[in-house]
Ligand binder design. Structure first.
Ligand SMILES: Cc1cc2nc3c(=O)[nH]c(=O)nc-3n(C[C@H](O)[C@H](O)[C@H](O)COP(=O)(O)O)c2cc1C
Length: 180
């Protein structure tokens, strides 16, 4: 069993990305992994805006990341890139905060045209932070996400199998997830 930090980078209250992050968290916990869930919209806005990197709230999340072997980073595409709140948070991380870790990017978006945001925007930062391995990741189009009568998240069949591959890759620490 392993320890996983999930960083969910949507500022939105009714966020699709945060719901996907919650799904990932639940799946990992169900099979016995320890999960630290960092929902950036819950952190004090002033800490993010004024770069209070030694505030208690921020330092606590840095400890969680330090303890984790895997880091899952989720963001919606906003204006062709990842969100500003995620950038503000990543800027506060210690140098090489992802050293030795497996990093898993998951991006939600409205259009396939911005699929490459994952490659050109997110992944370079993970390298700068020292990631040992970066999975290809998953780009989730809005229309492939739904919900059932009880409001639970429902994935399209294809998306569900890709998400299950992510859970498998995290559990087994190997590169198996193909971006589609
Ligand atoms: C401010 C804003 C900007 C967006 N810009 C893009 C974009 O450039 N490309 C894209 O594919 N989708 C874009 N979208 C759509 C979101 O990426 C998509 O709906 C995503 O699932 C929203 O996630 P959230 O509910 O966690 O905010 C944008 C949405 C918002 C609110």
């Amino acid at each position: 069993m392993t320890t996983v930090a999930i960083i969910s980078g949507s500022p939105s209250r009714a966020s699709k990305t945060n719901r996907v992050a919650k799904w990932v968290s639940e799946q990992l916990q169900r099979i016995g992994h320890t999960v630290y869930f960092i929902r950036l919209r819950d952190l004090p806005a002033e800490d993010l805006l004024y770069a209070h990197s030694s505030s208690d709230s921020i330092v606590k999340t840095h400890d969680w990341i330090r303890q984790s072997r895997v880091v899952v980073v989720l963001s919606p595409v906003y204006k062709g890139s990842y969100t500003g709140i995620l950038k503000a948070y990543l800027d506060l991380l210690p140098e090489k905060a992802f050293a030795g870790k497996l990093v898993v990017p998951i991006v939600t978006g409205g259009t396939i045209a911005h699929l490459l945001a994952l490659e050109y925007a997110l992944k370079p930062i993970f390298s700068i932070l020292g990631a040992r391995e970066i999975l290809h990741g998953v780009f989730i189009l809005d229309w492939t996400l739904g919900h059932d009568d009880e409001g639970r998240l429902v994935f399209s069949d294809d998306l569900l199998s890709r998400m299950e591959e992510v859970i498998h890759s995290i559990s087994h620490g190997s590169e198996k997830t193909i971006m589609r």
